[in-house]
Design a protein. Structure first.
Length: 293
């Protein structure tokens, strides 16, 4: 018996078997393992939840580059990771650093973050920020409708906007989310996410797992720490609580980086618009005017 492929030309052959090999919707799917490393930024005015997403193969090369910089700067010997709060305050191991060393290290880390976009299947930044006093001004019923806590609200918005951004690229795979092991707030967030997944519904389609990881072993958590710190500092400026001018770093991270960053900032009016289902462009991207899409 002659092979089927010999009986017809190759174009006709592929046309005939494509419904079997590629069922409806398959061409819009891309099978891969996607990983988000996330972190929280909290100060007296705001709370921010931010993360970077990439396919795991690209994270492996990212880890090697980041670790190389930790070795070069001496951070590998102690504390073993980069910590944005101490770096910004020139505290701890960063206290004796010269300005030249500070600039070289920080610029190199930002370049490594930018490099996630190079030769990766998908690279994405995601950021959510809330003015804490405005959230607390909501009624208990309104807070319950928003997830019951600031952490529940931020995590659901972060996951939702990440999923939508992936769908725009034809990617429908669930994502693995990692947060910092040893951080009390991160533990609460992971519990919130796993609780939402266990209750069923769409969340299970978007989340493969939510886990706590050691930031020394997974440098993506250190990159997320930088983004969360800068977003947390920026939000009071954006909403007029702080009259300082935005730092250039936040502009680079969420506006000028090769990595697209989807973001939503919420004050009281935007929280209530969200509650009322008024999905305006203002909610979808609260920083669009300053940073662009």
């Amino acid at each position: 018996m002659r092979p089927l492929a010999a009986a017809i030309n190759s174009e006709e052959y592929l046309h005939k078997i494509s419904p079997i090999l590629f069922p409806s919707g398959f061409r819009q799917r891309l099978i891969m393992v996607l990983q988000v490393y996330s972190d929280l930024g909290v100060n007296r005015d705001t709370i921010a939840m931010c993360g970077y997403l990439c396919n795991v193969e690209k994270w492996e090369s990212f880890n090697r580059e980041w670790e190389s910089e930790m070795v070069r700067t001496g951070l590998k010997d102690g504390p073993g990771y980069f910590h944005m709060t101490d770096f910004n305050a020139k505290d701890g191991v960063y206290k004796p650093w010269s300005q030249e060393k500070r600039d070289q290290c920080f610029n190199q880390l930002l370049n490594i973050i930018d490099d996630l976009a190079a030769e990766s299947v998908i690279a994405l930044g995601s950021a959510v920020g809330v003015v804490r006093s405005h959230y607390e001004s909501l009624t208990e019923d309104e807070k319950w409708r928003l997830g019951g806590s600031q952490f529940g609200f931020c995590s659901s918005v972060l996951i939702g906007q990440t999923a939508r951004a992936l769908m725009e690229h034809g990617i429908f795979e669930p994502v693995r989310y990692s947060f910092e092991l040893g951080d009390e707030c991160s533990g609460l967030v992971v519990n919130e996410i796993n609780g939402m997944v266990s209750r069923g519904g769409e969340m299970g389609q978007y989340v493969l797992a939510a886990e706590l990881e050691d930031k020394r072993r997974f440098p993506g958590l250190q990159a997320a720490d930088i983004l969360a710190f800068e977003v947390c500092r920026y939000l009071p400026i954006h909403f007029g609580v702080d009259d300082r001018y935005p730092r250039h770093v936040i502009t680079r991270l969420v506006g000028q980086s090769p990595i697209r960053c989807v973001k939503r900032w919420f004050d009281a009016p935007l929280l209530r618009k969200f509650l009322n289902g008024m999905q305006t462009r203002e909610i979808q991207d609260g920083a669009a005017e300053l940073f662009g899409d």
